[in-house]
Design a protein around this ligand. Structure first.
Ligand SMILES: *Cc1c(COP(=O)(O)O)cnc(C)c1O
Length: 231
């Protein structure tokens, strides 16, 4: 399937999911995850109308960033090692994977040196799987409070990855859990501004995530595809 066709398909599916739960499709942002494809294919994705690009590794993403700098908004969606912070911060516009204080301190330091504030999602391990990165849900309030001392970070919301399941419905409680946590955090007034964003939902489960309140879905296979079916 051609890129434009895939984009139209995804947009239709987002609109249908929004119609089922009474949401405005404009409230759902799409991050096109280009980690499976070449820089040339990522460029075609941007030319086809995808504005937000998601990558999960550095320096693997460097070529794409150099090619598309200024033409796309870059989202760092993978687990971020502290020693990569100096490379990633200043290039990527959003970090979706803030999951520990030591990393937050590094991001803050780098952001301050650059005179910027970096919008960050706090990654939460809602499902409790050992293999997943992220804060335990009960650790999130204290983490949000501690970010108050790190103005280089602008906390915008929460992110989670659901377990890989055959039936997306099985992921629903994880998405609902993240939304509930967001509401609880906002109820505690721990940050200057409320957290408004929920980054949740991938190719296999994004419609369910939207029904549960996702404001950012991160789509690779279903949208950008893999190298072998590219172009
Ligand atoms: C790879 C990846 C995605 C996209 O996965 P697909 O299932 O191909 O849509 C989304 N989020 C993260 C964090 C990823 O690493």
């Amino acid at each position: 399937m051609a890129l434009e066709q895939r984009l139209m398909d995804v947009e239709r599916r987002i609109a249908e999911a929004c119609a089922r739960c009474g949401r405005d499709p404009g409230s759902v942002n799409v991050v096109a995850v280009t980690k499976y494809v070449s820089a040339a294919a990522a460029k075609r994705a941007v030319e086809a109308g995808m504005r937000h690009i998601g990558e999960n590794r550095w320096p693997a993403a460097e070529e794409k960033w150099r090619l598309l700098e200024g033409r796309a908004v870059f989202h760092y969606i993978g687990s971020l090692q502290s020693r990569k912070v100096k490379d990633v911060i200043g290039k990527f516009d959003y970090v979706h994977s803030l999951d520990r204080l030591s990393l937050a301190e590094e991001v803050h330091k780098r952001a301050e040196a650059l005179g910027i504030r970096v919008p960050c999602f706090l990654q939460v391990n809602v499902s409790g799987e050992d293999s997943k990165h992220g804060l335990a849900p009960e650790a999130v309030p204290a983490f949000v409070s501690s970010l108050g001392k790190l103005p280089g970070i602008r906390p915008v919301g929460l992110m989670t990855m659901a377990p890989i399941v055959d039936d997306a419905e099985e992921a629903r409680p994880v998405f609902a859990g993240l939304r509930k946590l967001l509401e609880e955090i906002n109820g505690m007034s721990l940050s200057d501004e409320p957290l408004t964003e929920l980054s949740m939902g991938m190719s296999g489960d994004f419609e369910v995530a939207i029904e549960e309140g996702a404001t950012w879905v991160r789509l690779g296979s279903v949208l950008v595809g893999h190298e072998e079916n590219d172009g």
